[in-house]
Write a protein that binds this ligand. Sequence first.
Ligand code: NAP
Length: 608
Amino acid sequence: MQHCESTQTPEVDIAALRQKYLTERDKRLRPEGQQQYLAAENEFADFYEEDPHLPVTPREALTTDIDVAVLGGGFAGLITAHRLRQAGITDFRIIELGGDFGGVWYWNRYPGIQIDSDSYCYLPLLEETGYMPKEKFSHGDECYEHAQRIGRHFGLYDSALFHTLIRSLEWDEQIQRWRVGTNRGDDIRARFVVMCQGPYNRPKLPGIPGITDFDGQIFHTARWDYAYTGGNLHGGLDKIADKRIAVIGTGSSGVQAIPHLARGAEHLTVFQRTPSYIFERDNHPTDPEWVKTLEPGWRSARQRNFHNAAYAFYSPGEPDLICDGWTEVARNLAAKLDRTDGWAALADPAKFLELKEIEDYRAMERLRRRVEATVEDQATAEKLKPYYRNLCKRPVFNDDYLPTFNRPNVTLVDVSESKGVERISEHGVVAGGTEYEVDCIILASGFEITTSLDRQYDIAPFTGRDGRSLYEHWGKGFRTLHGITAHGFPNIYFTGFIQGGVTAATTLMFEQQADHIAYIITQAHARGATVVEPTAQAEDEWVRTIRANTVDNSTFVTECTPGYYNSEGEPNGRSFLGDPFWGGFYVLEDLLRAWRATGELAGLSLRA
Ligand code: NAP
């Protein structure tokens, strides 16, 4: 549990593989880029707005003035609300579309759902709530329960407004408040707003011709229909024994659900455009002996170690505490540097990238051989091999997925040549000119992550001072101060991947942002200000800081196979990390602390 050795990887012919990677990418690039996806609106609105988990309780529309509206009750919203309360701000509402806290963990309850990232780093507020995850990779229900635990522990339920979807956000200069319009007819006038919608809030659908023609059952993984399949997120899908099921999509969600569907269904057909790269899950229960050794602050040290592996690098002698697929490339490179006494080479960033690239190619080859060794039919195995670089897509961890293709009731259909499924008919799915008749289609097609912001937020109008649209303000790229606040948009704060520092534990980023936001709002109160807004100059300066620290990874990104990570290969697409401060997460942390320590609120203008 403490640390691990390097992973053995095979020799590779990098030049030949690079060529193969480019050929495979080209096969999948679509000229429509992100536009190939359908938004879950109008006739598709239920794919987003309908709650299969809890009934919606009727309530009167609210007309109310509040201090802070926190938009979203997932981990970002919970952390923000907790930090606000810690800072003495109590008049807030957490407005959430789901029927409970949890965000992605409320909505995503598909069979097999599990964290694909170290639970000890990912699950927030562990020390504060006195909770220790049961396993290295928690199952979905543990994550959902942890969100509820945070809600109870910090007394946040009384502030929640569930089953409420924000429709519009308009700054009203006359009352110096945001008018928050919702699907429940509310008129909430909030002095401050904090956007905590998260990156995976809104499902998107594949734009396959004929999608509305299908006569059978159809749903998205993020709105699983257990009334149809039976079972629960641990499996046991006992209502589909006589059903032919199709899954479209083999990303993180598809891969986790597919083994359970294969066990339950009469027949399962998997439509795959790009294979995921699948690391060993190698999950294990939390070792109580290890827990006894933990000193206060252990979690921060672990998160920093994870950050070093993913977004910086280890220092000589630093162990890998995470020990999974996320850290394999860094772990292997560090071991090589130890063996060859090669740490000095890292002084040259180009050399570092070159050495890292070698380990990347070798790790991916190891995973291709894992496919070959697991899947008996070699033609099927070949289709399941990922030909792209590590982190072109989200790594996936699974021990059951690949063996699923050895089952007689499972068919893999490769739709890469046609850049996706050709058509959906009344009776099923058409690919390669063949119609596969099915009773149910499950769309494992992901979320509005790097599609345009108006699609992701789904809030219109979203207007600041003088009726300026946020989508226009950010039309040519993000413009903020510290990734948190924008000129022309008083009293609204953003969390997530915008123009901040990126780290491997996303919830730590939310903590950093929440601390800063709580500080600004408290200071506004203390100074008797009702309006706080960054100056145009401060915003310009932060954009310049971002540009000055930009790391040019455009070659890596454009050579990647398309997906949301690289905006489907669109030349000027938005990165799923936003427009990050590549100076680094911890550099930003020091910078924000120093900014707060001066007490000057530099770059903000305050009005009473
Ligand atoms: P995703 O990674 O975006 O995958 C969407 C899948 O749909 C891809 O396989 C895509 O193929 C396929 N697809 C889209 N249009 C298609 C078409 N027309 N024909 C055939 N296939 C099509 O979505 P996801 O699996 O829901 O995961 C999204 C993100 O959510 C993850 O990357 C992760 O960050 C998060 N997540 C995390 C966990 C976890 O931690 N446990 C679990 C689930 C999700 P291409 O690859 O060819 O585009």
